[in-house]
Design a protein around this ligand. Sequence first.
Ligand code: S3P
Length: 183
Amino acid sequence: MNDNKNNRIYLTGFMGSGKSTVAPILANALGFTFVDMDCEIENLTGKKISEIFSDLSEEYFREVESSVLQEVSHRDRSVISLGGGTIANESNLQIIKSTGVLIYLKTSAEQIYHRLKRKTDRPLVRSKIGVTLNEEQLRNRISVLLSKREQFYNQADVIVITDDQRIGLTVDEIVQNLKNLIR
Ligand code: S3P
């Protein structure tokens, strides 16, 4: 493994912050490989993320997530799109901070609400029996989770606000910040 932290870029942020959209474009701009944590977990388990939550448990999902993180943290020249909750755990945070540069795509609760309200593939924003939450329940779920996680997201080396910002501009902002960090 190349120990240089600039060799690995991690993208964090709440569900709907645009990590999976930004990461492949950023990887392409840097000549790095794109890695998506949720895809890695689905490939490893042969199940969709929503099935892991419904058929097994969130606890099981978090165990697999941590072991996949261990494995991807050794991959060189990679842009790694984390799951929205990967970082909300001290030992995962420690792995991420010690092996790469961490970028937080910061999105307001209001924008997250609008981006997630029609999504059906995020088990954490559906009720236990798989029913879509109503507006008040969804807003509440987002605000509770976001306030628990902000302390972890804020440990990022770079914070980029994504509200109302085009993807191309977000990528440019990250590349510029990386240049300043590496210099
Ligand atoms: C989760 C976010 C999801 C996925 C899982 C749990 C979370 O990833 O890992 O549903 O805890 O916020 P995205 O952030 O890519 O949606």
